[in-house]
Design a protein around this ligand. Structure first.
Ligand code: EPU
Length: 319
């Protein structure tokens, strides 16, 4: 069923009290590995309000709006900040849940507050930025799945905007001279289209695993065995390593189980080669993901965590 207003959301929750409920946006980061034994409610809350003062733009965006459409609208209106996050699939409501990020920017940078419907108390609620407890691909919303349904995201984008162009292909832009937000937007789209398969033509949910972070002693011991391991420092004295590199080293690119495969160009993305004919089995996806996870643990001693939301008959499934 779909909901297009807060009232219809409340009605849906009350009507389905005896059933398991699952809320989705566009479902682009969710994979059903079995038929879910409950009711799926799809978010179609729409509406965008924009205001400004001398220094900032304020955007209040209903959670069912498409993320990339919002990025395009902002670019057209000369509201900058989202350009590094172009072409990320999914809805605006999904972006705070996993604190979407790409090419050096995480969305939390622009989130002022989030409004939600609390399914336990059946009241509307509000978290300011701090209360959202954002971290890398994490938030308070992700910690208690199903408890809070995001209805509105409030963004603040400073007019004095500084471009983020540290990430490899974006850094090349700077070498060519003056760079505008539109240049960054176009480059991000070009890089994503060249590396990441389009879910509309080859089923996938983006990065399947999170990039793991290690303590410094753990990282140094790994680096002594694998001298060329890519890495970058993150807060709290931790080092992040690309899961794609770990998986790639083990030769998984292009490998398949049934119709499910590890993508040829980006080892972190699992794809469904039969998505256009509604084929591909959940059990094959789980088998491949578990095989990769086990192989990475054996070789590198690192336990990967899935980034996509896996849903089985009774709700969330762990690898
Ligand atoms: N690499 C390989 N083999 C590959 C792909 C990459 O060895 O097949 C190595 C390279 O050394 C590369 C490094 O991994 O420098 C990082 O790869 P990339 O820059 O492609 O990014 P990623 O770490 O795989 C992350 C995000 C993406 C985001 C990109 C760009 C996560 C889990 N993934 O991927 O987000 O678009 O950076 O910023 O953080 C998503 O969350 O669904 C997603 C696609």
């Amino acid at each position: 069923m779909t909901v297009d207003s807060v009232d219809s959301l409340l009605n849906a929750v009350q009507a389905c009290k005896d059933k398991a409920l699952l809320f989705i946006g566009e479902g682009s980061n969710t994979v059903f590995v079995e038929d879910f034994d409950g009711i799926v409610i799809q978010n179609q809350l729409k509406g965008i309000q924009i205001s400004e003062d001398d220094e900032r733009y304020f955007l209040s965006v209903a959670s069912g709006e498409n993320w990339h459409d919002l990025v395009c609208l902002c670019m057209e209106k000369g509201i900058y900040g989202f350009e590094n996050l172009a072409l990320i699939p999914g809805t605006v409501g999904a972006c705070p849940i996993q604190n979407i990020g790409a090419y050096g920017v995480e969305i939390e940078k622009f989130i002022h507050s989030v409004e939600f419907f609390d399914t336990h108390s059946e009241m509307m609620g509000y978290f300011n930025h701090k209360e959202c407890e954002f971290a890398y691909r994490e938030s308070r919303f992700k910690q208690s799945p199903g408890k809070r349904i995001i209805t509105m995201v409030n963004f603040v984008l400073p007019k004095a905007h500084v471009l983020v162009t540290d990430y490899g292909p974006l850094a090349q832009l700077i070498q060519n001279g003056h760079v505008s937000p539109k240049d960054v937007f176009n480059k991000v789209i070009e890089v994503r289209q060249s590396k990441l398969p389009d879910p509309a033509t080859l089923g996938n949910a983006g990065s399947f695993f999170k990039n793991p972070t290690l303590g410094i002693p753990e990282f140094l011991s790994l680096q002594s065995k694998f001298a060329d391991i890519p890495h970058y420092n993150v807060p709290d004295n931790r080092v992040k390593v690309p899961a794609a590199w770990l998986i790639d080293q083990l030769g998984y690119k292009g490998k398949t189980i049934g119709d499910i495969g590890c993508h040829e160009h980006q080892a972190l993305v699992l794809v469904n080669h039969a998505s256009r004919s509604n084929g591909g089995k959940g059990e094959d996806l789980l088998a491949l993901a578990r095989q990769i996870k086990g192989a990475v643990e054996n070789e590198f001693g690192i336990i990967l965590e899935n980034e996509v939301r896996l849903i089985g008959a009774n709700g969330l499934v762990n690898l």
